[in-house]
Design a protein around this ligand. Structure first.
Ligand SMILES: *Cc1c(COP(=O)(O)O)cnc(C)c1O
Length: 411
């Protein structure tokens, strides 16, 4: 049994929302292909289930950050192409081809390791050269080879009979800021690199790609042969500007919206009625302004609710109303100020992300409170909270969220 599976706290993942989002993105970018980015356990959604749903919806392949993440997908029987987005170190690279993964390289060491791994492949299994992709740093300066380095790396790769250049790609640094010219400059540098390769007589990479979700939606010229979408698959636009770009390209119906796939809820474990002036939790930081019913809920910073959720004024839903925390987040529990609602009782559902009644809380609401981005909010919900997978069909958003929160539909 998974850690925490007996707790009255749960993440619900709507697999139909992920499939729907893949469908929306795939049709938006066609004829470019859609690669579903499922690194970091699919941003906290569960890599295997999310990958299957994305493939069902129209993704043609998958990407992960680590060889171990690719191995997890293969062990689960997933056969789609899988690209590893970072250059594996020696131990990981040694196994990359036995799992049928495509490594990214950007250094001479990476090239040597990939070559050794390709030589080590059992020949009976696959006789042709082994694929590698090169990540070109066009300005994000996180990883990738710079254009001068490419001039050295690419000819050496061309000379390796064991390897072939399956792709050349880059990563966009500011694509969610649609008013910044830097994205155009990055794409231009990618084009210059391609011309350089051709002037060196190097075989054309089989494909070229650059776009993340923001690029795929807001920068049509970045779609190239394939887009690599993570956050969009999980139902979020990276910024309001990207959201506006999406609605301006769609037919305008809600069928083209992205739908958040994740909701988080728990049941009230106990309640107590406290007098004005009393305070709760570590530090007794915030004396109650009035007599209040305070509900304890079994989720804490050990599950990915940061302590700054309280200081930033984060809210949760109880009986369809937004309620603030009454005190500091503890490791396993939070306390919610239900004010004068004396009907709140143990067992009541508390929604932290998702819909309840007419109210709705998203990872973006959390991101505003926590001074971060929705990516971090969903990704940090810890493994101690069990994931339940639900299918809500093509129901509109609200309906989907409600079904997603009714307990016990997990598989
Ligand atoms: C994480 C990642 C993506 C996906 O980005 P989103 O903004 O979530 O779509 C794409 N490419 C690379 C190289 C990444 O690291």
């Amino acid at each position: 049994m998974a850690a925490g599976a007996r707790r009255p706290a749960r993440v619900f993942i709507d697999l139909d929302a992920i499939a729907h989002n893949a469908r929306v993105l795939a049709s938006l970018v066609a004829p470019a292909r859609l690669c579903a980015v499922v690194k970091a356990d699919a941003y906290g959604h569960g890599a295997v289930a999310a990958a299957r749903a994305a493939l069902e919806g129209g993704a043609s392949e998958l990407a992960v950050a680590l060889v171990d993440e690719g191995a997890e997908l293969r062990d689960a029987g997933i056969e789609a192409p899988i690209l590893v987005l970072s250059e594996p170190g020696a131990d990981a690279m040694a196994e990359v081809y036995s799992y049928g993964l495509v490594p990214t390289i950007y250094s001479l060491e990476g090239l040597a390791l990939a070559r050794r791994a390709a030589r080590g492949r059992r020949l009976s299994r696959d006789a042709g050269p082994a694929p590698v992709e090169i990540n070109l740093d066009t300005g994000m300066h996180r990883d990738g080879v710079d254009p001068e380095g490419l001039e050295r790396l690419a000819p050496l790769l061309e000379d390796c009979r064991e390897l072939e250049l399956a792709g050349l790609w880059t990563h966009l640094a500011v694509a969610e800021e649609t008013d910044r010219e830097f994205t155009a400059r990055q794409l231009e540098r990618l084009g210059i690199a391609l011309r350089l390769l051709s002037s060196l007589g190097i075989s054309k990479p089989r494909r070229v790609h650059a776009a993340n979700t923001a690029g795929a939606i807001a920068w049509p010229s970045s779609r190239l042969d394939m887009v690599r979408c993570g956050i969009g698959l999980y139902g979020y636009c990276p910024s309001p500007a990207v959201e506006a770009a999406l609605s301006s390209q769609s037919a305008g119906g809600s069928a083209d919206d992205l739908r958040p796939a994740l909701s988080l809820s728990a049941q009230v474990s106990s309640v107590r009625d406290l007098k004005a002036g009393e305070a709760v939790s570590y530090g007794l930081k915030a004396p109650l302004a009035a007599d209040s019913r305070v509900a304890t809920v079994p989720l804490g910073y050990g599950d990915g609710i940061p302590r700054s959720f309280f200081t930033g004024g984060g809210e949760v839903l109880v009986k369809g109303r937004r309620r603030r925390l009454a005190g500091s987040v503890t490791m396993d529990q939070i306390m919610v100020d239900c004010e004068d609602d004396a009907t709140v009782a143990p067992g009541d559902e508390v929604v932290l992300i998702g819909q309840q009644g007419g109210e709705r809380l998203t990872a973006n609401d959390w991101a505003g409170v926590l001074d971060t981005i929705c990516y971090e909010v969903v990704t940090r919900i810890g493994p101690r909270v069990p994931r339940s997978y639900v299918r809500t069909g093509s129901a509109p958003r609200g309906e989907a969220a409600r079904v997603g929160q009714s307990a016990g539909r997990g598989r």
